[in-house]
Write a protein that binds this ligand. Structure first.
Ligand code: AMP
Length: 557
């Protein structure tokens, strides 16, 4: 087979390579952005805007405080916060101090938090006080010695600060009691840090910037080691695709997904730090009415999200009346974007909703639709300087055939933290990352993600990919969101079951939905079982959690 017939490519469109300066780190990018954009707004939340100069000053104080605690280069510091202004301050403080950031989901249960803190060996944590009671339950089983607690409004000026913190603590009762005698409050840490001289340590491109925890392909959470060089590469690669669209120092990016998830960490928090843009941080994106209200306050130019978030926004009656005159682009990733949602978005806003694909292990972006030539149903070509190959076992499949997507590029992680066997399991001998996702490389060079290999449903030997069923069901006008799984079936081995949430006020029977699917899918793919529900279990960024549906189903069987 000639190489032109194989399913591999180094970028199907746009520049094939980005020039990467081998000396650049997230810290050097941060330093130059703060110098270049000092007076420009950087992050906004709760009515307060931090300019780049504020971010520089505050993160320097906290970095000095962290170094004053005796923390040294490469030590791990956990950040456990939703999208509040303290997150970027603590993030850049940790990076400037040469520390490795362990992003921690604030909704973790004690069991999950214990695992992540113990596994990473974190010795310090910056935590929103609302979640400190969970930390208090597990801290004894971890190496954490230094705790900084922060209240929601710690970066809001008085008198609003006291009012909001009082409301959160004593009226809404959102801060359960906790006992952490070693904890230092944020404002005290900042005060002490201001008194120290900050001597920035040398940070090198191959230092680990993040231990980014992921279930990966096997399910046990493990820390993907993402170096400064990995992250900088992914910023530059994504920038090359969006580049012409982004005006340095001028963009308003809406950031509804949590910054502790790698998608928004790279595409919002870090990329727009580098480009001098403003990130409008949304603390609770589940409050769709609140999100629409916030959107109404901005002439925003960019927004990122997942399919379920866009579906919910589009279903909100006031969304289509917002001001989209400055909007350039919506970007979707993390899960399949249903074509109907992409089309509805275009109709409502007049701008494209482009889909990209990535995974934690690749910092995370692997492919992205170019804004000037998006193709619905694909995730675009591989990013510049990224090789992709479609494999069946170790063999490359013929062009246009589905197979496992393998990736190689400067954004691919160094490995899993202290897990050589699992690391060896996801890398080939010649350095390809096996993603565990099935994909097709279209003749135009764009990738189409079929589904996760392990989510495949086997109906009498026929393969059904849940993504395809979900995207057909989502086309029904009564459907708000859906999730598809395989359930065991005495006749066919497995049968297709679909869980459906209807739009407010809509009605639909199982028979009608099955009939709708029959017109669009071959018979073995048509759901045999339909379950209507009020909501679906979702991950921290809003991906529908099929494994949770499977667990519920198994428990009920
Ligand atoms: P995570 O590491 O948690 O960000 O999850 C990465 C996984 O999300 C990938 O391996 C894919 O299975 C899935 N994913 C990400 N983007 C897409 C997309 N555009 N379409 C389908 N699946 C996606």
């Amino acid at each position: 087979m000639g190489s032109d017939e194989r399913s591999s490519a180094i970028a199907g469109a746009g520049p094939a390579r980005v020039d990467l300066d081998p000396d650049v780190t997230l810290v050097s990018l941060f330093d130059s952005s703060c110098a270049q954009f000092a007076g420009r707004p950087a992050y906004h939340n709760l009515g307060v805007t931090l300019r780049f100069a504020d971010l520089e000053r505050l993160s320097r104080r906290l970095a000095a405080y962290l170094l004053g605690l005796g923390l040294a280069r490469g030590d791990r510091v956990a950040l456990m916060m939703p999208n509040v202004l303290q997150y970027p301050v603590a993030l850049f403080a940790a990076l400037r101090a040469g520390l490795t950031v362990v992003n921690t989901n604030p909704l973790y249960t004690p069991r999950e938090l214990r695992h992540q803190l113990a596994d990473s060996g974190a010795t310090a944590i910056v935590i929103l006080e609302n979640f400190a009671h969970v930390l208090a339950q597990v801290i004894g089983d971890t190496a954490v010695r230094h705790v900084i607690t922060t209240a929601v409004a710690d970066l809001v000026p008085e008198p609003k600060r006291s009012a909001v913190n009082f409301l959160v603590r004593h009226v809404r009762h959102m801060v359960p009691r906790f006992h952490l005698p070693q904890a230092v409050r944020w404002r005290e840490a900042m005060r002490r840090g201001a008194g120290f001289r900050f001597a920035p340590p040398a940070v090198r491109p191959d230092d680990i910037a993040f231990l980014q925890y992921t279930g990966g392909t096997t399910g046990t959470p493990k820390g993907a080691m993402l170096t400064h060089a990995n992250m900088v590469a992914n910023l530059m690669q994504t920038r090359a695709v969006w580049g012409r669209l982004i005006e340095p120092g001028c963009e308003v990016m809406i950031t509804p997904l949590p910054l502790y998830h790698v998608f928004c960490l790279t595409c919002n928090c870090l990329l727009f730090m580098e480009r001098g843009g403003l990130n409008v941080l949304i603390t609770n994106p589940r409050d769709i009415a609140g999100l629409v209200r916030e959107l109404g306050r901005w002439r925003f130019s960019l927004i990122t999200g997942v399919n379920t978030l866009y579906a919910a926004l589009l279903a909100h009656p006031r969304f289509s009346r917002l001001d989209f005159s400055r909007l350039k682009l919506g970007a979707a990733g993390g899960a399949a974007l249903h074509p109907r949602i992409a089309e509805e978005w275009r109709n409502a806003t007049g701008r494209p909703l482009v889909e990209g694909y990535g995974l934690t292990e690749a910092s995370p972006v692997v492919a992205c639709n170019p804004p000037e030539a998006p193709r619905i149903g694909t995730v675009g070509p591989a990013l510049p300087s990224t090789e992709v190959s479609i494999r069946e076992g170790d063999r490359e499949v013929a062009a246009g055939e589905p197979g496992e997507l393998w990736v190689r590029g400067p954004q691919v992680m160094r490995g899993y933290w202290q897990r050589p066997e699992e690391t060896a399991g996801v890398f080939s001998a010649d350095g390809w990352l096996r993603t565990g996702d099935i994909a097709v490389l279209e003749p135009c060079g764009y990738l189409r993600i079929v589904d996760r290999k392990k989510d495949l449903i086997n109906v009498s030997g026929f393969k059904v990919f849940p993504n395809e069923v979900e995207s057909v069901v989502a086309e029904h006008p009564a459907v708000l969101e859906c999730g598809c799984i395989g359930v065991s079936d005495p006749r066919s081995g497995q049968a297709v079951r679909i869980y459906v949430v209807l739009r407010p006020g809509a009605t639909l029977s199982a028979e009608e939905l099955i009939e709708f699917c029959r017109e669009r899918l071959t018979p073995y793919k048509v759901p045999r079982q339909v379950r209507f529900r009020d909501s679906l279990p979702k991950s921290q960024i809003g991906k529908v959690l099929r494994r949770e549906l499977e667990r519920e189903q198994a428990a009920a069987a």
